[in-house]
Design a protein around this ligand. Structure first.
Ligand code: RTP
Ligand code: MG
Length: 140
């Protein structure tokens, strides 16, 4: 099995609620290695570019407003099957449907303010990592 990279965002709701440490601990306890991490406050243009795949969805404007409402913590995670494992740890998009023990069950407020983002496929993971990090920012 080869190692895989995935990209994570701790969203503004979770940062504002003081949950950065708890979420990074859950990631670490799940055996995902943090290869890079930093706090940023995205501009509208950066958030619109990141969520470009959703630009035709009815919630796009509100989603961008939410994502720029405060700072976020972006990270690169590594592990075997990291993409699927992180999405499992995150739980369902809507926290009402999220399993016990998941990040969204614990920390999400609603379907939009849902604490975290994780890449959904190798292709999107590669694009998302490169959107926020250069190679020099990642540990070996
Ligand atoms: P993410 O991309 O953030 O990891 O979340 P996801 O795959 O579980 O969900 P996705 O369908 O990709 O939606 C991206 C984000 O848009 C917000 N959303 N709002 N108001 C709504 O009905 C709605 N649906 C989705 C959420 O913040 C979701 O995570
Ligand atoms: Mg998604």
């Amino acid at each position: 099995m080869s190692k895989e990279l995935t990209f994570s965002i701790i969203k503004p709701d979770a940062v504002a609620a003081g949950n950065i440490g708890s979420i990074l601990q859950m990631i670490s306890d799940a055996g995902l290695k943090i290869k890079a991490t930093k706090m940023i406050h995205m501009s509208r243009e950066q958030a619109e570019g990141f969520y470009a795949v959703h630009k035709e969805r009815p919630f796009f404007g509100e989603l961008v407003d939410f994502m720029i409402s405060g700072p976020v913590v972006v990270s690169v995670l590594e592990g075997e099957n990291a993409i699927a494992r992180y999405r499992e740890l995150m739980g369902a998009t809507n926290p009402e449907q999220a399993e016990e023990g998941t990040i969204r069950k614990k920390f999400a407020t609603n379907i939009q303010n849902n604490a975290v983002h994780g890449s959904d496929a190798p292709e999107t993971a590669a694009v998302e990592v490169a959107y926020f990090f250069s190679n020099i920012e990642m540990v070996g």
